[in-house]
Design a protein around this ligand. Structure first.
Ligand SMILES: [Zn+2]
Length: 297
């Protein structure tokens, strides 16, 4: 079957709190993309950053009006893939659950614990086809290393090369008891958006890594002010500059690898025979399963 991708960008960037646009982008064009999973968080911004074609989407919408539980993660990732994107960098604000991960620090996490409760649309394959992707390593190890190196070169901030991201439902911040519980369980970061974004990127066979910007100590640290939305926004402004510098440095070198294992993960993950799929499934999954569908489909 023909490849439905448009090849307008090779790297996707999903911006979180504090990053609603990338002012360093050149040759900018805004596009509306519709998907079988609804509309993305907003218009996608196509442009060039450090010589790389990128597509940017602000996770919470350009006006930060979409709460974490309602982010259209499936539409965002499907839209990026439809534009030709092969890897995604997710930027997000997080709270720290340990003293040595201080506000202003950057973290490239290596693990996720999913403590979300709402139905966030955590799989693309919700009918007709059953897919179980491996998720022991939720981030692309190759892209993580590139991100760690770029952050170290591009900023004066302290960069931590690992961490377990606990994804809570929100939108309220943690109680002190929850914060203490998460610390005792050994989690390092608390946030509201890593899930299902990382899961969906894996299902879409895209390399995915996250740059987390520490904004606060959640509410566990005696002597530090309890977290408020305004305090988070203030630190986020400084962090966003570090994130943008990291992206500019990372994308100055070729970072996409079509041979990365992430790019073929479905080859061993699809439980349902793809011969004889109903037409609605062939249509719904054309972009995601196209290369696996029988030629006659
Ligand atoms: Zn990869």
């Amino acid at each position: 079957m023909s490849d439905p991708r448009r090849y307008e960008a090779e790297v996707g960037i999903i911006g979180g709190s504090g990053i609603y646009e990338l002012d360093a982008l050149t040759d900018v064009r805004r596009v509306r993309v519709s998907t079988p999973y609804g509309d993305p968080s907003g218009e996608l911004v196509l442009g060039e950053l450090s010589g790389t074609r990128v597509a940017f989407v602000p996770r919470h919408g350009a006006r930060h009006h979409i709460l974490p539980s309602r982010i259209p993660a499936r539409a965002n990732i499907h839209a990026l893939k439809s534009l030709g994107v092969r890897q995604i960098l997710g930027i997000s604000a997080v709270g720290s659950l340990r003293e040595d991960y201080a506000p202003g620090d950057l973290v490239v996490p290596d693990q996720i614990v999913d403590r979300t409760r709402a139905d966030r649309g955590a799989t693309f394959f919700d009918q007709d086809v059953v897919v179980h992707v491996a998720f022991a390593e939720p981030y692309c190890g190759r892209l993580r290393q590139l991100l760690i190196e770029a952050a170290g070169r591009a900023t004066m901030a302290t960069v931590h090369d690992s961490g377990t991201y606990c994804c809570m439902e929100g939108p309220q911040f943690s109680t002190r008891a929850e914060s203490e519980m998460h610390r005792r369980l050994g989690f390092d970061l608390i946030g509201m958006t890593a899930v299902p974004e990382a899961k969906l990127a894996r299902e879409a066979e895209l390399c995915y890594a996250a740059l987390c910007l520490v904004t606060d100590y959640d509410c566990w640290f005696d002597g530090h002010e309890d977290v408020t939305a305004q305090a988070v926004v203030d630190v986020m402004r400084r962090n966003s500059e570090a994130a943008k510098a990291t992206l500019t440095t990372l994308l100055a070198k070729k970072s996409v690898d079509p041979e990365c294992a992430c790019q073929n993960v479905l080859a061993s993950s699809i439980n349902t025979p793809l011969e004889g799929l109903p037409d609605r499934a062939v249509e719904r999954y054309a972009l995601l399963l196209g290369k696996y569908l029988p030629a006659s489909a």
